[in-house]
Design a protein. Structure first.
Length: 235
């Protein structure tokens, strides 16, 4: 190959890398990522991409957990790697290590929707993640429902809970906080130990709520439809 051609190719590659870096945006500036809330542990986004559309190239600086809302197929285009096509289903929950940039394209005729939860203390958690959860996978049969533990990553336990009408989670203690992501409309009753009156817990499908720890309660589905939700429990 002539030397001049080699130089041109090197300059072109450098220009493309520079242009790609300029095109990359922070996740907070990516218009399909709608900021919900942030605290010392998490930053939470609702993500929605229309069929056939794609996000801008954006960087994930933290480890994160996603909770899929609905069924769709996505092309995950990570900078510097081949594209990967993935089929996702309602309630699919996954963990991805941070410090990479990508764009996500919806290949389906339904919207790409999820809740993205950045773990803001991921570096600390990687070094000292507690093992107090016990099993990191497993199915628990509840009175009128189930609890499926998906995984424990960076000290966070991700589970999916499904309760039939009248089904309940027996009395249990939340030492730390947890995040609830509603996969269906939720109409729940929380009977908190030490409180005379029960607490109503109502969420619409695709909503997320942060709940502080330090309490013991029983949770019952008082709605007429099955209740399905994902919990991310923090130590």
């Amino acid at each position: 190959m002539p030397r001049r051609t080699t130089c041109v190719l090197i300059l072109l590659a450098a220009f493309l890398a520079f242009a790609q870096a300029l095109a990359e945006v922070e996740i907070t500036n990516e218009p399909h990522h709608h900021f919900l809330f942030q605290n010392e542990l998490v930053r939470v986004f609702y993500v929605e991409v229309a069929p056939g559309e794609a996000t801008l190239i954006h960087r994930h600086r933290h480890d994160y957990i996603y909770v899929t809302l609905g069924d769709y197929e996505v092309s995950n285009d990570i900078v510097g790697r081949p594209s990967v096509r993935v089929k996702l289903h309602d309630g699919d929950t996954g963990f991805l290590a941070g410090n990479y940039a990508h764009a996500a394209r919806d290949l389906s005729n339904t919207p790409l929707r999820n809740i993205t939860v950045e773990l803001l203390q991921d570096e600390k958690a990687r070094q000292s993640a507690p093992s107090t959860w016990g099993d990191d996978r497993g199915l628990q049969v509840l009175p009128g429902g189930t609890k499926q533990i998906f995984f424990v990553k960076d000290g966070v336990r991700a589970s999916e809970i499904e309760l039939q009408p009248g089904g309940s989670i027996p009395q249990h203690h939340h030492r730390g906080p947890h995040l609830v992501v509603a996969l269906t409309d939720l109409d729940l009753r929380s009977d908190v130990q030490g409180k005379a009156a029960p607490i109503s817990a109502r969420l619409k499908s695709a909503e997320a709520q942060w709940i502080k720890g330090g309490f013991t309660h029983t949770l019952t589905n008082v709605g007429r439809q099955p209740a399905k939700f994902v919990t991310l429990e923090f130590p």
